[in-house]
Ligand binder design. Sequence first.
Ligand code: T4K
Length: 402
Amino acid sequence: MPGSDNEAGALALFSAKPAFNETLHVGRPNIGNREEFHRRIDGILDRRWLTNNGECVQELEARLASLLGVKHCIAMCNATVALEITIRALGLKGEVIVPSFTFVATPHSLQWQEITPVFCDIDPLTHNMDPLCVEKLLTPRTTGIIGVHLWGRPCDVEALGGIAQKHNLKLMFDAAHAFNCTRGGRMVGGFGNAEVFSFHATKFFNTLEGGAVATNDDDLAQQIRLMKNFGFAGYDNVVYIGTNGKMNEVSAAFGLVGLENLDQFVAVNRANYQVYRQGLAGVPGISLIAYEEGERNNYQYIVCEVDHASAGISRDALMEVLHAENVVARRYFYPGCHRMEPYRSYFPHAGLLLPHTEALTQRVLLLPTGTAVGPGEIEKICRIIKLAVEHAPEVMRKVTTG
Ligand code: T4K
């Protein structure tokens, strides 16, 4: 705790003892029932079937398809490969419109196969792709749109669907953040031609590494299944160009156990979010993004926006304050994909068309949550933030002059 007094000197930035002995991270994995996991591992070892469409993968795919309300769910080794395969199976080429305010895997999955990602600006309120901007970026080379349901808040799927239909484009979603979320009461997974989930360790539901493609399109699902298995349609029978996108049995087992604990993970995330909301209420210049309470959300990200003018401190200064206290807050997704290689070399002036993205990458800071963080720790984090804002001039002086 930053001392008993309310002075700036109580902050570790000014050499006080850090509030936490053990580092708090954004993205500590949630772990389901260990005994159940061990039981499933024994089953895998007994069967000696470790990968290649094993029993656990099949069970996981069936459970996911039923939860998401889709015809097909194909488990994958990670979301990046799942994106690459889906893009290829949909026949995307030329240019594809994507947001820049996303994890770099989204544009990389295009560029990796020499398709040009065309960066689109976002709506500053939802942080999601702005359909009006999408329309302005269409060219004769455009073949598709990839929306990203950032922080689990679904994109404007209706408007994007309308644009795709009007211009005969494919529409897919990077739903890496949006597992177990709804829009208009419909589960994310069934929108567009296909949706891709990430089950990386840092996601609230994880399979160590992993991902999945959800679709209602029978032919697409069939193609994706072939592509993720080298194009094999049976022993010695390759009918398609493919790669290796398979999920292994241990990952699937971990996921099956996690599914049993899914509601508990969401409940913890939601409770943590409420504690943050209360703890930060009324702190000038500090706000948390809101979630539609009428929809299903996973609350896996605590997304804080720092308004430098009202808070008196910058996002980066607040990050330094927190890091000094052993709270590794993260600047997702700074500095924006258009400012990362190779995109910044290819499109050095992309930022001119992305004013909201540019502004938001300076404001957003993610805070720790999940089952590894308790309400007491969150209250402490909120008190640190409050103290930093109360002493904004001293903090800014310290951060800028050292
Ligand atoms: N699309 C979007 C919109 C995405 O956000 C992502 C991934 C993808 C696509 C691609 O999905 P995958 O191909 O990964 O399935 C992390 C994750 O690596 C990445 O999966 C995730 N998004 C992104 C938002 O965050 P980093 O580089 O920030 O993670 P890293 O390794 O720093 O981990 C964060 C913190 O979590 C660490 O400081 C410590 C903690 N941690 C991490 C791991 C892996 C643990 O405590 N235990 C662990 O096992 O990218």
